[in-house]
Design a protein around this ligand. Structure first.
Ligand code: BDP
Length: 690
């Protein structure tokens, strides 16, 4: 089993009851006129038929109203506006007003058993169809359903960092599914299958090329490639996913058409308007542009003495007539800093650059803010910029691809981390000003809001390299739809869909492995929130001083006496001052700073006592010995599942877990040895430190 079907294999139902249920619902009726967004509704119906066919082992079909048996169960997809029988009774006005443009409601009619999925618009029917399929696949009863669902986040996006040569920046699962040899791939089947996966977890937007836009990708908005882009957009459209492109801020210059990219130059403005017009001529529902500007050597408005608002607004103007948006990234910092300068703090940069611009952005600009102030580390505080610009739209940026969390060779289920991020209280508008309320747009009443995340897929047979890393893509979608879902519930859903319901032992074991994995990874890598300690460039594996004397601004300042970055207002870089009241106080003071972030905020001696009662150095030793042991335990837990799943699938994951266990020992020894030699303090338990 190669894993290509991911969480949609729709395995034959294991129980008699489950099987009977799926057999009963093999007819799908569409009650909507063809002009009502036909393609998406067709996808919804086709998915139901395909799923039920596979779950029941019998053929299933989409039939006309007239072909439906008078009695008996079937599934009906209906827009509120459609004339289907009984709609007013099943979905009275009070219910309909609760359902947003992408939401759905679903009911089982008591007397007939008919399940009606109803929505205001086609996308809702698609999400409802996948929701119902999840229930069938999990072997749950569908009697008496009465469900109302709306996605919490308006924008639920995936960012691809794919290059047209086929490579993927920070990709750990093969090559691009979109591009090869500087062109689009001819075979689009894989893109179609990907669109299904995305829609099945509620993703509604995708950008297909890297934020670092090189020469070739600059041409994506030209006549050379727009027909291909349009073809891909059409595939996604059938699954209600909007297509975006990353653009090169200096495109007019790069393409040799203008001498400048100054956003205030009328020729530059006209250039972008013309290009944007071409894009919309090819793709009328194009989403907009994703922009990384003035960041890590990318061009931007700074070159012309302009600021980010000038830059973003210029692009926004071109998109405005078509309803398009600019997603402007806030990952802006000095990547050529002097490592000897302790006062320049990369963590401060996004807030310092963007906060003063609040209120200056056009209404079709969204700022995209990474979850932490540095760069997707296993542990970081929440970016203080999130929510700090009440008059500006923002989306939260997460990283599904495991750049710093084991690169899909180590197991690291990231949903618990994302839950923590979303549940974090910024206190910006009093208690309860959580990141999830900022992301959803609710806290500041933002029209545009949501979550974007960097993709973890490639053309590996199973999409994600590590089969269990599929749970991160699945979990990202589900959590973005509803941030109240728990990490463990999402894990269980994914396991049941992926492996079936046959073995309770398998379900519980894999669930526990997933839930433990983030903590395990954290325990054998960089300690107490200090971050990095990875090999430069590719970022895999331990290298304690890999970035310590470089220009990237990611330092830990370990010496023979202590370690950590003083980011306090009192004596350090003042970064803590970017947080609202209670968070500022909590991080500023050594007494209240949480252990797991201690070294992010404070420089302390190795003998400093944590709240746990341990010294920093003993904590480092203990967590690293323990983490390596637990990585071995993961492998053993998986081993015990041999025989309860497809052999090839079992072997593939077993190999990765074995590598992880080995590699965790290397992490343990490199970190422990480094600190032991620096400070000379022995491990209380006398374990081997080289
Ligand atoms: C870092 C990656 C780099 C990206 C950059 C970004 O190492 O490859 O280009 O973020 O987000 O995590 O732009």
């Amino acid at each position: 089993e190669d894993g290509y079907l991911a969480w949609l294999p729709y395995r034959r139902q294991e129980t008699k009851e489950g099987l009977e249920r799926c057999k009963a619902y093999r007819q799908i009726v569409v009650a909507a006129a063809a002009e009502d967004g036909g393609a998406v509704i067709q996808s919804a119906a086709a998915e139901l038929a395909r799923g039920l066919e596979s779950l029941s082992g019998l053929s299933a079909a989409v039939v006309n109203e007239g072909e439906v048996p008078e009695s008996g169960a079937y599934i009906q997809l209906a827009l509120f506006s459609s004339p289907a029988a009984g709609m007013d009774r099943l979905f009275p006005a009070a219910v309909r007003t609760e359902i947003g443009p992408e939401g759905f409601t679903m009911q089982t009619e008591a007397d007939t058993g008919r399940i009606v999925i109803a929505a205001a618009a086609p996308a809702g029917l698609l999400y409802g169809a996948f929701h119902l399929l999840r229930l069938f696949a999990a072997g749950q009863s569908v009697d008496g359903l009465n469900i109302q669902e709306n996605p919490v986040n308006p924008l639920r996006m995936i960012n691809h960092w794919d290059n047209m040569d086929g490579s993927i920046e920070r990709g750990y699962a093969g090559k691009s599914i979109f591009f090869e040899n500087n062109r689009f791939k001819a075979d689009k089947q894989r893109i179609r299958d990907y669109a299904r996966l995305l829609a099945s977890v509620g993703i509604n937007a995708v950008s297909i090329n890297n934020v670092n836009v090189h020469k070739q990708e600059t041409l994506l908005i030209t006549e050379e490639f727009l027909p291909d882009v349009a073809e891909v957009a059409a595939i996604f459209r059938e699954y209600a996913v909007k297509l975006f492109l990353s653009v090169n801020y200096a495109a007019p210059v790069e393409m040799g058409e203008l001498p400048t990219a100054d956003p205030l130059d009328p020729a530059v403005q006209a250039w972008w308007q013309r290009r944007t017009q071409d894009v919309y001529a090819a793709i009328p529902d194009f989403g907009g542009y994703v922009v990384k500007a003035d960041s890590e050597n990318r061009p931007g408005p700074f070159t012309y003495g302009r600021d980010h608002a000038d830059g973003a607004n210029m692009l926004a103007e071109g998109l405005e007539p078509y309803g398009g948006i600019v997603i402007w990234r806030c990952f802006v910092y000095n990547c050529k800093q002097d490592w000897r300068d302790r006062k320049t703090d990369r963590a401060r940069a996004a807030y310092d650059h963007f906060k003063p611009l609040d209120g200056r952005f056009k209404d079709n600009v969204i700022l995209q803010v990474k979850n932490g102030p540095i760069d997707f580390q296993v542990r970081e505080p929440i970016s203080p910029l999130l929510g700090a610009m009440p008059s500006t739209h923002q989306v939260l940026e997460l990283q599904i691809t495991q750049e710093y969390t084991g690169q899909q060779r180590h197991l690291c289920y990231l949903v618990p981390q994302w839950r923590e991020i979303l549940d974090f209280d910024t206190h910006l508008k009093g208690n309860g000003s959580t990141v999830k309320r900022i992301a959803s747009g609710e806290l500041h009443g933002s029209r545009l809001a949501g979550i974007a995340a960097v993709s973890n897929i490639g053309d590996d047979a199973n999409w994600t390299g590590h089969r269990l890393a599929q749970a991160n893509l699945y979990g990202y979608g589900r959590l973005t739809w509803n941030p109240e879902l728990t990490s463990s519930a999402i894990a269980e859903e994914w396991i049941r869909l992926t492996f079936g319901n046959g073995s309770e032992k398998l379900i519980r074991t894999v669930q526990q492995m997933l839930l433990d994995s983030w903590g395990i990874y954290e325990s054998y890598t960089a300690p107490l929130g200090v971050g990095f300690m990875v090999n430069p460039d590719h970022h895999y594996g331990p290298n304690v001083e890999g970035y310590e004397y470089s220009m990237w601004g990611t330092y830990h300042f370990a010496d023979w006496q202590g370690i950590g970055v003083d980011r306090t207002k009192a004596t350090g870089t003042g970064y803590t001052g970017q947080y609202a009241g209670p968070n500022f106080e909590r991080y500023e003071s050594l007494e209240t700073c949480p252990d797991e972030l201690l070294l992010f905020f404070h420089h302390v001696p190795y003998t400093h006592k944590l709240h746990s009662g341990k010294t920093v150095i003993q904590h480092i030793y203990d967590t690293h010995f323990d983490g390596a042991e637990q990585a071995e335990r993961l492998a053993a837990q998986w081993e015990a599942l041999a025989g309860s799943m497809d052999e090839g699938l079992h072997r593939q994951v077993a190999e990765r877990l074995a590598e992880q266990a080995e590699h965790a020992k290397e992490w343990r020894d490199r970190i422990n040895t480094y600190f032991y030699r620096r400070c000379g303090i022995a491990d209380e338990q006398g374990r081997t430190i080289y």
